[in-house]
Write a protein of this length. Structure first.
Length: 65
């Protein structure tokens, strides 16, 4: 089994993460893979949405020829 690295972007509603924003981000990222790093890159104060950019790894099954 090998690992693949992916750059992803997701949006987190700040209202949904009132108690712990970091935990909400980490849970959302865990659904997409194992986070290597992440950052909040934008916050829209009008819509209360934070944009998160992250690098995650996933397991990939492949067969060698």
């Amino acid at each position: 089994m090998a690992l693949a690295t992916h750059f992803i972007t997701l949006e987190i509603g700040l209202g949904d993460a009132q108690d712990d924003l970091v935990e909400a981000i980490e849970l959302a990222l865990a659904e997409r893979g194992e986070p290597l790093r992440w950052a909040i890159t934008q916050v829209d104060s009008a819509t209360q949405i934070a944009t998160v950019e992250a690098v995650v790894t996933t397991h990939v099954n492949f067969e060698l020829p």
